[in-house]
Design a protein around this ligand. Sequence first.
Ligand code: FEO
Length: 135
Amino acid sequence: MALITWNKRYSVNIDVIDKQHMKLIELINDLNEAMKERKTKEILLNTILRLSDYTVSHFQYEEKLFKEYNYPETEKHKKEHDLFIKKVDEFKHGFDSGELMLSVDIITFLMEWLVNHIQITDKKYISLFHEKGLK
Ligand code: FEO
């Protein structure tokens, strides 16, 4: 069973970004499933890498739009992105080196961070993005 399922309250009412957020939720769910099923370290690491890569590309997508639209909250928003990438990187390296185990706490942190970020921080750009014609 998925740890979390998509809910319309997570929507930013912009199709392409909602799809990216859905994919991120799916990847965290995949990681949770892989942990519960006690998959091999190789499979777990591969799942972590997919999540990490997709997170970076999603953040880059948003930040490219911030630049294009001169979004006034860019710096604050980007700081949140950078901090999350740093956390995921630390986790990825810790897991790869054997210093850190995958745990319910880590997965809960990832999921809670993501849904909070979407609902609080991402939602702040909706009106500007809509003004610019993104739907
Ligand atoms: Fe959708 Fe700011 O991450």
